[in-house]
Design a protein around this ligand. Sequence first.
Ligand SMILES: Nc1ncnc2c1ncn2[C@@H]1O[C@H](COP(=O)(O)OP(=O)(O)OP(=O)(O)O)[C@@H](O)[C@H]1O
Ligand SMILES: Nc1nc2c(c(=O)[nH]1)N=C(CO)CN2
Length: 161
Amino acid sequence: MTTAVLSIGSNMGDRLAHLQSAVDGLPALAVSAVYETAPWGVTDQDDFLNAIVIASHEGFGEWDWLRRAHELENAAGRVRDVRWGPRSLDVDVITVTGVTSIDPRLELPHPRAHERAFVLVPWLDVQPDAELPGHGRIADLVARLADEGVRRRDDLKLEAV
Ligand SMILES: Nc1ncnc2c1ncn2[C@@H]1O[C@H](COP(=O)(O)OP(=O)(O)OP(=O)(O)O)[C@@H](O)[C@H]1O
Ligand SMILES: Nc1nc2c(c(=O)[nH]1)N=C(CO)CN2
């Protein structure tokens, strides 16, 4: 049994429906609130909706989590073109408990998670005591980040089954 922390994001089309399709396709233990977030990296694009899913599955290794992430992105009609560009659905594997990897096809923990408020703020919702291996407690990381344009949208809800 492995537990994974996954970041889901969308800034194209029906953003909430895309996030919900990801939640529906993951063995979710917990789902954060939904956040409206300013684009990170390539800033000349629409705002994202972001959330965090904690998922657990008997017999799933780290590559199974990546495969599932890609299946969900493809099902949402994602076209892979611009790095950090607009997308119907982005599913990133942030951590898989006990796993580190420097393989460029699957780096764990995700190498940019520690600097992304759109990952850390929703993660704090569901696992306030979590640590990001190599970077310490996520609560401390969030406290150190400036206001990065992350706004909780309590009017939008993801349904976990
Ligand atoms: N932890 C990870 N989670 C998801 N993809 C990863 C991870 N580590 C490496 N990759 C690889 O990164 C490639 C590009 O992923 P993607 O298109 O989602 O990048 P991005 O979302 O634009 O940027 P970023 O990687 O900074 O989030 C994927 O094909 C995948 O093989
Ligand atoms: N706010 C926000 N910015 C992003 C996001 C995202 O999910 N949210 N995903 C990206 C692709 O990695 C690039 N930039």
